[in-house]
Design a protein around this ligand. Structure first.
Ligand code: PLP
Length: 448
């Protein structure tokens, strides 16, 4: 389950230098078994309940293999038209499948792109917002052309938000942490208050990061109200739905995206909860011109007739690196192999299991649910306090039968049960609950 390796175990078994002579696959594979496998944490195990899902499928792996074998660089349309056009098409399919607003469709002024990660998507969104706000001055002159820019999110947003403000040159000092409500979701009134204060102080609010499904507890920021505040002040609204957005494949969960009509950009990871192996982040913008305005460059050595015609998309202008892999292929394989119905069934099953788990916790006198569980993540704790919960978690993970991780809410230690491995069934979740209860009882017995 969680690798039981100690720091340095893998390197201690590797020769100091690369081999001078070629080796056989048999030798290499033997070392994979001996050195690598014990150093793996088994994310695909049905008993993996840690962090967030990163579930995969054979269809995705075939697509990935084929992409690796083609070995194309998709930086320009002309360097492999299939790589670009399949990607544009897959993002339009996914926009429709998730019920996202039409302004993200490539048929209008917006469109989607595959990034390596949600962190990159947030960074690209912020760069586009920065350039829109400064009218390109920050790129052209290396200045923000005026007062400091200010970004907004909550303390529960993913750390990639703070990373983005650092990389964009905004600086952590100008990232405002908006207050949250009892569900740990952003308070739009506090957002509005802070924006007004910053404006009055002569600063330039420019970017709001709202989250659909925070990493710690799956809290959902109220997009309708947040987008109203953004519209009123003319701020870029980016919505990070890295894991939870995939739930919107099911019409009954689409409420999580209510208010998305006001968003300038949106991101979700197919590589978390959609049977598609890492990396495959999906990122949409309302205005592709805003994105390419921030990131587009055309050195002479890349100049070509198709780009010059303006008829094609060159995705290198939608991302930080130049080079790009053919990631749309695996997404295409997954969508065709499972169909939307197959993916919906998986999501529904995981959510139902999380709801069952949450009810078992609620019914147990020694455990409590610590935050609302809208989808596939249950935050819970034993009533005996932080030290007990820490010990419970360590004992569970050291035993290696199941793997859970934790978070802190207001300084309190919380256990997270994240359900989303492709092979997890009700039997695995029941077994996990039984192991959690018996381990807690054993620790309690030791203490008496
Ligand atoms: N945003 C949220 C809400 C997340 O939960 C995560 C991952 O846990 C991320 C962003 C980062 O995702 P990635 O690894 O694709 O950058």
């Amino acid at each position: 389950m969680r690798s039981q390796n100690r720091p340095g175990d893998v390197r201690a078994q590797l020769p100091a230098s690369a081999p001078e002579q070629q080796e056989s696959y048999a030798q290499i594979l033997e070392d994979v078994e001996r050195i690598i496998v014990p150093g793996l944490t088994h994310w695909q195990s049905p008993n993996f309940f840690a962090y967030f899902p990163a579930n995969i499928s054979a269809a995705s792996v075939f697509g990935e293999l084929m992409s690796a074998g083609f070995g194309v660089q998709g930086m320009l349309w002309t360097t492999s038209p299939a790589c670009t056009e399949l990607e544009t098409h897959m993002l339009d399919w996914m926009r429709e499948a998730l019920g996202l607003p039409e302004h993200f469709d490539s048929s209008g002024e917006g469109g989607g792109v595959i990034q390596d990660s949600a962190s990159s998507a947030t960074l690209c969104a912020m760069l586009a917002a920065r350039e829109r706000t400064t009218r390109g001055v920050s790129n052209a002159q290396g200045l923000f052309g005026g007062a400091p820019l200010v970004a907004y999110g909550t303390a529960h947003a993913h750390s990639s938000l703070e990373k983005a403000v650092r990389i964009c040159g905004v600086g952590s000092e100008y990232l405002r942490l908006v207050e949250v409500d009892a569900q740990l979701a952003m308070r739009p009134d506090d957002l509005n208050r802070r924006i007004c204060e910053d404006r009055d102080a002569g600063l330039r609010p420019f970017f709001v990061n709202a989250v659909v499904g925070t990493t710690s507890t799956n809290a959902i920021d109220p997009l309708p109200e947040v987008s109203r505040v953004c519209a009123e002040h003319g701020l870029w609204l980016h919505v990070d739905a890295a894991m939870s957005g995939i739930a919107a494949l099911c019409p009954e969960f689409r409420g999580i995206h209510e208010g998305l009509e006001g968003a300038d950009s949106y991101t979700v990871n197919a590589h978390k909860w959609m049977l598609t192996n890492f990396d495959c982040n999906l990122f949409w913008v309302r205005s592709r011109a805003a994105l390419t305005g921030a990131l587009g460059l055309l050195p002479e050595y890349l100049n070509n007739r198709a780009s010059a015609s303006g008829e094609v998309i060159d995705y290198r202008d939608w991302q930080i690196p130049l080079g790009r892999r053919f990631r749309a292929l695996k997404l295409w394989f997954v969508l065709r192999r499972f169909g939307l119905q197959g993916l919906q069934t998986m999501v529904r099953d995981h959510v139902a299991l999380a709801r069952d788990f949450s009810s078992w916790v609620t019914d147990h006198a020694d455990f409590e649910v610590s935050a609302e569980a809208p989808l596939n993540l249950v935050c819970f704790r034993h009533v005996d306090g932080d030290d007990f919960n820490r010990r419970l978690l360590e004992t569970l993970n050291d035993a290696g039968q199941i793997y859970l991780t934790h978070t802190k809410i207001d300084g309190t230690m919380i256990l997270r049960m994240s359900i989303g491995a492709a092979s997890t069934t009700r039997e695995h979740v029941e077994r996990a609950w039984s192991i959690i209860q018996s381990t807690a009882a054993a620790i309690q017995a030791e203490g008496t």
